[in-house]
Design a protein around this ligand. Structure first.
Ligand SMILES: Nc1ncnc2c1ncn2[C@@H]1O[C@H](COP(=O)(O)OP(=O)(O)O)[C@@H](O)[C@H]1O
Ligand SMILES: [Mg+2]
Length: 369
């Protein structure tokens, strides 16, 4: 394969040079299986702040990411996710605060940081005029991988993202999902220790999204790769992450595992069905402390939010029995992360989807292949 670096090839090369074209130490070429040891932080962020002029877009955020974790930065459009990723990947200057990535201070030793990380940016960078394999070989060259390694690694990555059969097709003909998959392969070519993914499934259809989730989980599980991703899809953060931090308007609102966040913040939804629908319990239920938002659509069936289940249920059982009714059904549903987000920020994450000009257009579905 001949790589000609002319025209927009130069621009691409330049883009990736800015991302770190330093020869990597040999150990970077092999990924060792990582252990999930949350106390061992591979990313440490202290009061990280970014200002554009007078506007603070990332406001003193502090968090840590453990080796081998899948970590999600969750927040609506404009929350400061991309800006945070840009600072951690050395693409934007830090206004104040401190960040270390793989043990290197981002501000003091950006080149070392760049050598340890892979980035799949929100805006895709693959060259439409080149085919999949050529794009990968180009990135490998930029990272100074020896030819034989570059070839082997490109093959391996194409196979990982199921693009082998399209490797000789121009990227311009790829569907949105195929581009995202190629971009993932490009971010992995130099076997980084940490992979940064900025909204990796934005605008993709559900099937393609879940395929990408599989790759991400496999990379994490089989190769011990630490994943730092941003998303405004709650389900995505919930499905994939060991740890989530929720940010809104540049500030950290909450940190924890998906289940911790739900336990800490979300009330549970209790459904109660009693034997006689003509005897209304709404007034009683509304009067119970720890119960809120009582609704009934079918007579005798009530839905409500419960903050302290252990207090509320005995009271309900007593009252129902006292009234000579029988409980037909009593079930609890864990809150969704969407409810958690609503409780934390006062607005739904979904409300903000597509509400700013930053939203990318919907990509063509995978079936276009
Ligand atoms: N280069 C820039 N100059 C000025 N403001 C910016 C710049 N980049 C981002 N912003 C602003 O910073 C805020 C956070 O943006 P961003 O980090 O892209 O959010 P997210 O990725 O969470 O959608 C937004 O209000 C955005 O308009
Ligand atoms: Mg963004």
């Amino acid at each position: 394969m001949v790589l000609r670096l002319s025209g927009n090839r130069h621009r691409l090369r330049h883009r990736f040079f800015t991302l770190g074209a330093k020869p990597l130490p040999n150990k970077m070429y092999s990924v060792t299986r990582g252990q999930k040891t949350p106390s061992d932080q591979i990313i440490e962020v202290q009061s990280l702040t970014k200002k554009y002029g007078q506007t603070t877009v990332v406001d003193a955020i502090t968090f840590g990411v453990g080796h081998g974790e899948i970590f999600s930065l969750l927040g609506p459009n404009g929350a400061g996710k991309t800006t945070t990723i840009k600072m951690l990947t050395t693409l934007a200057l830090i206004t104040s605060g401190k960040a270390t990535v793989a043990g290197f201070d981002v501000a003091e030793n950006p080149a070392a940081v760049r050598g340890c990380i892979g980035l799949v940016p929100q805006e895709l960078t693959a060259d439409n005029e080149l085919n999949g394999m050529e794009n990968l070989r180009l990135i490998a060259k930029i990272y100074h991988l020896p030819d034989d390694q570059a070839r082997a690694r490109s093959q391996e990555m194409l196979s990982l993202v199921d693009l082998e059969s399209s490797s000789d097709k121009k990227v311009g003909t790829y569907s949105g999902g195929m581009r995202r998959r190629l971009q993932l392969a490009m971010g992995l070519i130099h076997s980084p220790k940490i992979l940064f993914l900025d909204e990796p499934t934005l605008g993709l259809d559900i099937q393609t999204r879940s395929k990408l989730h599989e790759y991400i989980q496999r990379l994490n599980r089989e190769q011990g790769l630490t994943i730092f991703m941003t998303t405004h899809y709650l389900e995505e953060a919930e499905t994939l992450s060991d740890k989530i931090i929720i940010i809104d308007e540049g500030k950290v609102k909450e940190t924890g595992s998906p289940s911790e966040l739900k336990e800490r913040r979300g009330s549970q939804i209790l459904t109660l069905e009693v034997s006689d629908g003509s005897r209304d319990l709404t007034g009683f239920l509304q009067g119970v402390q720890d119960i809120a938002g009582v609704t009934t659509t079918v007579p005798g069936t009530y839905k409500m939010r419960v903050s302290k289940v252990e207090n509320a249920i005995p009271l309900i059982v007593d009252e129902v029995t006292k009234r000579g009714l029988k409980i037909v059904d009593l079930s609890l549903t864990k809150p969704s992360l969407d409810q958690v987000f609503l409780e934390i920020t006062g607005h739904s994450l979904r409300d903000s989807e597509g509400s700013t000009s930053q939203q990318r257009p919907q990509m063509p579905p995978e079936s276009k292949k």
